[in-house]
Every structure is written in C-alpha cells, then in structure tokens.
Design a protein around this ligand. Structure first.
Ligand SMILES: Nc1ncnc2c1ncn2[C@@H]1O[C@H](COP(=O)(O)OP(=O)(O)OP(=O)(O)O)[C@@H](O)[C@H]1O
Ligand SMILES: [Mg+2]
Length: 577
C-alpha cells in the first residue's frame, strides 16, 4: 500500500502536496491559477474545506493536473471523492513535469518497500522547509525518520535548482570526518591544507540545494557545527537533518516523529486502514504471500502493533516472523521481544537488524548518569513526575530526564490528571530499561525507592482526602499515580510486607471512595488480619481511616463524580490479599 492509498488525506493536504511537488510557492500557484494567494492559503490550512468548481479547475490547470485526474481533483475539492485516489493519479505526472525542469534527488536509495501513511508529517516537514533553512526530524530509533526525510526530499527536490542530496552519517564513526564525508558525497574536492567544511561551503555558496544529513545523533556536535557553518556561508542551502536528538543551533525547526497511527482500542472498524496495521499487513504479505488480514487475525494484529508502540522498525521485524510464529504466537511472546525481533533484513544496517540493537544505539550514546537514570525511571509502569524520577534515581535525575526527552528515549512531558507534568516511555524502551536494570543488579534498590516514594505520595494524598477542600486534588493525584501504587503493592507483598501494609492502610480510604469497597474493607477493617497468599504471613492494617463510611455514604462520595475523572475498574491489576 502506498501513501496514495492511505485514508485520511484531506483536500488541504492534497493541494499542498501537489503544489510542493510542482515546485510552486502558494503565491506562485495563486498567480498561475489566477486566484488570490489568500484562497490558496485558506484551502491548504483547511479554513475552507471545499473549493468552488471554477476555482478547482483553475488550480488543476496551474498544477498540470488533467484527464481523469482532473475530474478526481475537482470532485475532491468539492468534497465528493476521497483525496487519496486523486494523489495516486496525479502525483507521477506533476513530479515528472517539475523534475524535468529542476533539480532531482541524488544519493537516495531506491525504496524497495512501500511507504505507508505519514501524510501529516510529510506535509509538516515540507511546510517547515519552506519557512526554515534547517529542519530536524527527531524521534526514537526505528520511528521512520530516514524514510520520511527521503519522501519529503523527493517531494520538494523540484524547488531546488541543484536538487536534493543525501549524506548518510550513520557509518561515520569519528566526528572529525563528518565534513569530509559530506563533501565526498557531494563530489566536492578537498583542498590540501584546508578544512573540508571550508571547501564544502565554497562549493555550495552559489548552489540552490537541499542537503539531507541522515542520522546525526552519534556525531551531533560535528553535524551541528557543519550545519551552522553552511547556513551562514551559503544563502540558498537548506538542510533537512534526521537525528534521535536535535542539533540545537539557531534557526533550527524541529519535527518530532511519533508512532504510526494506531488502531482505536474501542472499535475494530477501519483497523485495516490504520497506518501501523497497514504496515504490518504489507510486510507480512511480503514474507508470506498467503498472509491476509482476516477477521480472526485482525484483533491480534491490532494488539500487536499497539504493544510495539506503532514503531515501524519493530513492526517490520515482527511482520517478518509472522509466518513462522503466527500473529498470536508473536503476541504471546512479546515479553521476549528483544530476543524475538531480530535479523529480518540481512542488508539492513547493524543498528536496525534487531530491536535490541536499535535501542542499544541510543543507550550507548548516553553518559553514565543518564544511563543510570534511564534504567531507574523504567520501573514506573505508566509515567512519572520529576519528583518521582528524583526519588528513584537520585542525584542528577532532572538534567538526565531533560536529556532523555531530547534524545527521544522519553516522551515529552504532558500534564497528567492532577496537572503535574508527567514523562512517559514507549513500552519497548521501558522493557529495555528494565532488562538493563536487572543486569546492573539495581532492580531491588530501585523498586524499594519506588515503594518509598509511593508510600510518601499515598500518605500525603490520603491526608488530603480527609478534608473537603483537599479531596479533589488528592483524588486526582492518586489517579495519576494509580499504576505505580498497584505495582508497588504487588512488589511489596512479596518483598516487604510491612511496606505493603502501610501502603494499603494509606490507600484504604481511597479504595472506598473509588468503589473498591471489598478490597478496602479487607485491608482497613479494624482488628482484621489480612493474609497475603504471596508472602504467606498475616499482616495487619497499619492505619485506620479517620472517618468510617457507611456503604451508602461511600457509594455517594465516589471521587469519579466529584473530580470529573473517570471511575477506575473495580478489579485491581495487582493480586489482592
Ligand atoms: N511510513 C513508513 N512506511 C513504510 N515503512 C516505513 C515507514 N517508516 C519507516 N519505515 C520502515 O521502518 C524501518 C525504520 O525506518 P527508518 O530507518 O526510517 O527509521 P529511523 O527513525 O531513521 O531509525 P534510526 O534512528 O535507527 O535511524 C525501515 O525499514 C523503513 O523502511
Ligand atoms: Mg535513520
């Protein structure tokens, strides 16, 4: 399946892609079509979702869209036909026409597999390149940065008289060789005694070129210096960089590449059309011509790609194993993903031959403190605050967390239900961190630190729950930390029964409010002994709630209704005593 067949591409994106493919600015298209620049801009931004038939015909004429493609284009402009079909018919003609007149692409490998989805990201990066001279696509390993950059370069190359050039930096081990490698890629001869960066700047000074610097992260300082020098010396050079972390120089515009679109967990309708599933199906079919997204297999594929975080490399590696292990076999063994997902493409760079190697590449670029913090924060099952990171990782946690966000090992922070900023990790990265934590022999210490932190949160929040004024905020806080509480309880029940007892005591009132009355009753009823089948020893609630709700009161005072947050499921994830 190609980009052209993807659903969800609106007329706005179609128009933008065609215009960029034809090498026109909005103003140039408007002038060629005889419409106002405002009309083009409004259509591309989706302010007007449809265009008048006459306007559509004028735009089609200016874009060189004719024949049946023109009918489809006009129908899409009128909101009557799916835009993706139009793109399929139009793009090759538009591209061929424009490339004949302008620069093409140089050094880009021929794509042997189809490119799936990413319309929005493609348009965004192409749009950023119109406004900025340096655009960096960042994202975790295997998220598709290189592939996206190649697609964008092919689309916009026509706008550069001297075309687009790819310089691949992944194989460059020594940062001192970066400029020389780029110069060699562009066929620039170095002058004896002069730095390669100077020769490059001199050669590109009068060129109108898009330079794609691929995989900069391991030589980030040298790549940043080269970009800064070229941008200062060459007015018509634009740079598209891909890197797991940004270059961080003046004028850089950054586009973070997230996962492919994942299926809606609440509905199986249109699962096959979603990007992550489409990629899996496409690659599984390449490995096994008989693979089909049947009704039976589709839910398992949807679950699989979701647990693989929608990351293209992981999905491709899994799809390559689908014939041998079956989709359900893969799903059942996903906990062993690092052993399982390896060795699909013999010619892929080492970094991409297994899931473990893809994460290793990033992990090796961290310093000791950053590695320690990365390992430690992977104990949080569902995100954490900066205070949480400091509790489990100790000194240096804050600056290491900032760096981990920068280099795409943590997702950028988002406000949780309690309003505090929370950081999260993709499941694959977290699994890797947990494995490294165990390998370093730090697991028990970090789990104990997490237990101490969870206990502190639970006791502080449960004090807040006792007052009318403090209850809403405390409830939101406990909602946000719920997954950590459950994990700590499960861990402490077998390792530290006293901590489990204290935590259960602190959370007893909260469980009542959340409707988990049976659990709360068993751990907080005064004088009752609680026996954990896991630790085998009876233990008693350490704390009694100040007030004792009658069942009808507990029923009326559910926090879900008072705070507006959703009610929690009645069955807790951890085994109950
Ligand atoms: N949108 C896509 N459609 C189809 N295949 C894709 C897409 N995005 C990525 N892939 C495939 O996934 C794999 C990883 O993609 P890519 O090499 O672009 O990742 P990356 O983010 O550059 O990784 P790294 O950080 O290791 O350089 C490649 O085989 C690529 O072809
Ligand atoms: Mg790459």
């Amino acid at each position: 399946m190609g980009a052209a067949e993807q659903p969800g591409l609106g007329f706005a994106a179609l128009l933008r892609q065609l215009r960029i493919g034809a090498g026109l600015t909005q103003e140039e298209l408007a002038e060629a079509a005889g419409v106002s620049p405002r009309a083009v801009s409004d259509l591309e931004r989706g302010i007007h979702r449809t265009a008048h038939k006459d306007t559509a015909l004028l735009l089609a004429g200016a874009l060189g869209v004719d024949g049946q493609a023109r009918e489809l284009f006009v129908a899409a402009a009128r909101g009557r036909a799916p835009a993706p079909g139009v793109l399929a018919s139009v793009q090759p003609q538009a591209r061929a026409a424009s490339w004949a007149a302008a620069g093409g692409v140089h050094g880009f490998p021929v794509a042997l597999t189809s490119f799936i989805g990413r319309e929005a990201a493609t348009c965004q990066v192409a749009g950023l390149l119109e406004e900025h001279r340096l655009v960096t696509v960042t994202g975790p390993g295997g998220s598709g940065k290189t592939r996206l950059a190649g697609e964008v370069a092919r689309q916009v190359a026509a706008r550069f008289a001297d075309g687009a050039w790819l310089a691949e930096l992944a194989p460059v081990a020594d940062p001192a060789h970066v400029a020389a490698v780029v110069a060699a890629t562009l066929g620039v001869r170095e002058q004896p005694g002069a730095p390669a960066a100077e020769a490059l700047a001199r050669a590109l000074a009068r060129q109108q070129v898009l330079l794609v610097l691929d995989n900069c992260e391991h030589v980030i300082g040298a790549a940043a210096a080269l970009c800064a020098g070229l941008l200062a010396a060459c007015d018509d050079v634009r740079i598209l960089a891909t890197s797991r972390e940004p270059l961080r120089i003046a004028g850089e515009a950054r586009c973070r590449l997230g996962p492919l679109a994942l299926p809606d967990p609440d509905s199986l309708a249109d699962v096959a059309g979603c990007e992550a599933v489409a990629l899996f199906a496409d690659r599984a079919r390449s490995a096994d011509a008989y693979f089909a997204l049947t009704r039976e297999v589709t839910p398992a594929v949807a679950g699989l790609v979701t647990r693989l975080d929608g990351m293209p490399l992981a999905i491709e590696l899994a799809a390559a194993q689908a014939e041998a292990l079956g989709v359900s076999g893969l799903v059942e063994r996903l906990d062993e993903r690092f052993a399982l997902l390896a060795g699909a493409d013999r010619l892929a760079p080492d970094r991409q031959r297994s899931l473990a190697a893809a994460v290793d590449w990033s992990y090796r670029l961290l310093d000791e403190t950053q590695r320690r913090v990365f390992r430690a924060v992977s104990v949080f099952p569902a995100g954490f605050t900066l205070e949480g990171a400091e509790a489990v990782a100790g000194q240096g946690a804050a600056s290491a967390v900032a760096h981990l966000v920068d280099c795409s090992l943590l997702s950028p922070p988002q406000a949780g239900p309690d309003g505090r900023l929370r950081y999260s990790m993709l499941e694959t990265l977290r699994g890797y961190g947990i494995a490294r934590l165990a390998e370093a022999g730090e697991h028990d210490d970090v789990a104990a630190a997490l237990a101490g932190y969870a206990l502190g949160v639970a006791e502080q929040a449960s004090a807040g729950l006792q007052t009318r004024a403090g209850e809403p905020e405390a409830a939101r806080w406990l909602d946000a930390e719920d997954a950590s509480m459950r994990q700590v309880l499960a861990w402490a029940m077998s390792r530290d029964p006293q901590a489990a007892q204290r935590l259960a005591g602190a959370l007893g009132w909260w469980w009542f409010l959340r409707g988990l009355r049976v659990a709360a009753f068993r751990v907080t009823w005064p004088g009752r002994w609680i026996c954990s089948p896991r630790c085998g020893t009876p233990w008693r609630s350490g704390r009694r709630p100040g007030r004792w709700p009658t069942p009808w009161k507990a029923g009326r005072r559910r926090c879900g209704s008072s705070t507006g947050s959703p009610r929690q499921p009645r069955t807790p994830a951890v085994p109950w005593p």
